[in-house]
Design a protein around this ligand. Structure first.
Ligand SMILES: *[C@@H]1O[C@H](CO)[C@@H](O)[C@H](O)[C@H]1NC(C)=O
Ligand SMILES: *[C@@H]1O[C@H](CO)[C@@H](O)[C@H](O)[C@H]1NC(C)=O
Length: 383
């Protein structure tokens, strides 16, 4: 009897140590799903792509996407579209446009959204002329909202501080360090041009006023044409673990070593990405795409089209060991065509906020991904 009680106590202590006290076993279920954008329709937008999702300090959700004006291609003129939800994803505001790049030949590309919880601001960082197609140089731009995403500042050119190297943030979210080292720092990671590719992070220690270049994990051969199977880290999603390290989940552009995700860790708040901290996660099979990652209450979540060759089968995985292993069960969110995805969770202390994660993703019904959908996932819904 005493032994049983001791074992139960030990279990509770272990769970608390892992930061998951009082939470039942994860068994996720799609609670609600809504289409936010459908392309090819009326109006000024041909295609919506590259969805981003974030919480805000005020408890809202903000969804963003590139609204590609004339074609579905990455190059070309675009708006940045936003929709807001003030009721935990139940209803969403009509679309409004945060930025309009006019009629640029090589227009804007999203992007990374980062919330400064200390200041209560939301920043959106994107690139202009990323592909250097009939334009030069490439610029890294920032817009900021101080009113929960309702109004936005004019664009600010961060290349004045960072230099004009092509930098495509995200796509996904940047983070504000919640744990030491460098608590309060903003860390936004992205990738370089096709040749000068690799993962690069930019850092701000003053709430987004000034930015500097931080960690880099460069491709090999760097700044030279790539071949199939070369080492080519590309689009990425950083998340902070509860030990203060930052793990970056990276698109493996040329299928180096595996058809799976690369994961690299920074132990110094985004200053460096040592090669010793690079691993290939064979469980996270990937068709070369931008994926979502999130740390919530000590659990690491991952979303991607879980297939080695095709962008189909949008799947949510979770890890109780900071990504060293993944729970066998996975939640299939959508079996059909699925592309880029991004995740968030509300950070309130209410029981309700602890129960859900949100996944925004490119969702297709025929052969391409023609819509952007947001799924609200009840983490303990299955039991
Ligand atoms: C941004 O600043 C850089 C460096 O000063 C400059 O070369 C570039 O033209 C600027 N971009 C825009 C869009 O103003
Ligand atoms: C979808 O993902 C699940 C979980 O990883 C996997 O078991 C299954 O084989 C995948 N199906 C396809 C068609 O890719």
């Amino acid at each position: 009897m005493e032994g049983v009680r001791l074992a139960a106590l030990l279990a509770v202590l272990l769970q608390a140590a892992a930061g998951r006290s009082q939470l039942p076993q994860i068994d996720p279920l799609i609670y609600d799903e809504q289409l936010l954008w459908v392309g090819g329709g009326a109006g000024e937008v041909n295609t919506y792509r590259i969805p981003l999702l974030t919480f805000t300090s005020h408890g809202s959700l903000l969804a963003f996407a590139e609204a590609r004006k004339h074609s579905s291609g990455d190059v070309g003129a675009k708006f940045i579209a936003v929709r807001r939800s003030e009721d935990k994803g139940a209803t969403w505001s009509p679309t409004s446009f945060v930025v309009d790049d006019g009629s640029l030949v090589d227009g804007l590309n999203l992007g990374s959204v980062v919330v400064d919880e200390q200041k209560g601001s939301v920043m959106l960082i994107y690139s202009l002329c990323f592909h250097l197609y009939q334009c030069s140089p490439s610029s890294t731009m920032l817009v900021e909202s101080l009113d929960d995403g309702q109004t936005w500042s004019p664009p600010r050119n961060l290349s004045v501080q960072l230099g004009v190297k092509s930098f495509a943030p995200g796509p996904g979210f940047g983070l504000q360090k919640r744990y030491p080292p460098a608590k309060g720092r903003l860390v936004v990671c992205g990738h370089g041009t096709i040749e000068g590719d690799g993962v690069f992070c930019i850092l701000s220690d003053d709430h987004g006023q000034t930015w500097r270049n931080g960690a880099a994990l460069k491709s090999i051969p760097y700044n030279q044409p790539k071949k199939s199977l070369d080492f080519n880290p590309d689009e990425c999603q950083p998340v902070e673990l509860q030990d203060g390290s930052i793990v970056i989940n990276v698109r493996n552009q040329n299928n180096y070593h595996c058809r799976c995700r690369m994961v690299v860790r920074s132990l110094d708040g985004g200053e460096t990405l040592p090669v010793e901290e690079l691993v290939f996660d064979y469980t996270l099979v990937d068709p070369v795409v931008a994926a979502g990652a999130l740390q919530k209450d000590g659990v690491l979540y991952f979303s991607n089209p879980a297939n080695s060759h095709q962008r189909i089968n949008m799947t949510l995985r979770w890890s109780l060991t900071d990504g060293r292993s993944w729970v066998n069960e996975a939640l299939q969110i959508w079996q059909g065509p699925s592309g880029y995805s991004s995740m968030t969770a509300l950070v309130g202390n209410s029981v309700e906020d602890k129960k859900y994660v949100f996944v925004i993703y490119e969702k297709g019904h025929k052969s391409s991904v023609e819509t952007i959908s947001v799924a609200k996932i009840h983490l303990y819904g299955g039991r």
